[in-house]
Design a protein around this ligand. Sequence first.
Ligand code: UDP
Length: 316
Amino acid sequence: MKRFLVTGGSGFIGSHLCEKLISENHRVICIDNLITGNLRNISHLRDNSNFTFLRQDVTEYIDLDEDIDCILHFASPASPIDYLELPIQTLKVGSLGTHKALGLAKAKGSSFLLASSSEVYGDPLVHPQREDYWGNVNPIGPRGVYDEAKRFSEALTMAYHRVHGIKTRIVRIFNTFGPRMRKNDGRVVPAFISQALSGEPLTIFGDGSQTRSFCYITDLVEGIVKLTNSEICEPVNLGNPNEISITDFARLILSLTGSKSEIIFKPLPVDDPKVRKPDISRAKQELGWEPSVELEEGLKKTIEWFSQDLGLGTSD
Ligand code: UDP
């Protein structure tokens, strides 16, 4: 049994991670200020004596009595509309929050894993993206608050590794989807599924030729656990390299839901990346990891979850 602290543990990815660690009989302390996380995501874990939830902002001093073996730093607004609405919180959690979480790792002698993002590559000029690509980021654009927060977090993580000898890991997470995404978080998967299920038009931004590569949540969580148990200090891309245009993705959602919704076009957000696809050679070679859930299979499970959730009327 290991003792984990998960920041952002009641968010989409954080809650799946807490669930996985609890299922493996680890001790898990989940910290979240709930600005984008939701207690519903961890309600099924709260009776477990190995699980503790602390409502706290990770940018403030973290005072913990117990020992911790590993800190998983996942706290951050993470969807484009969230970080457009919460630009200062996004920059603070990436800078001050990462500093506090690394400071706690140093004080407790624990290892540390940073949830970074494919956004560090910005609107990439290299395709697919390998970890040694430095990216193409507009620091003063609206997405810059998230991209630069993650780039700063990576720099600080490496500094703590080099100066204090902390065992650090960095995962660069590409588009991930699954149950517990917020209906209104603005990302393409919950947007298209909820629009299709309620008969509203699917909103394609731009001409729909931009591409993304979607990874199912269980594959991602498995990769993160492998990285946690590895000795790799360099960043590791985790994502599914199966690339699809947003237009084809909209058609796929219509066909899987059987929806008669029409497709409409809206302006492309500023600095929206034109392409995105991970090169996962490092994860394959060094972790023995690759995703196994096909896009359609993952989408069917996600659509099922959204249809129940929308039916209950409890989604935000
Ligand atoms: N997108 C879209 N319609 C929507 C939401 C998103 O066409 O209702 C597009 C968005 O412009 C981007 C892609 O889908 O090109 C993926 O967007 P998302 O917000 O999921 O995340 P991103 O990959 O941009 O971080």
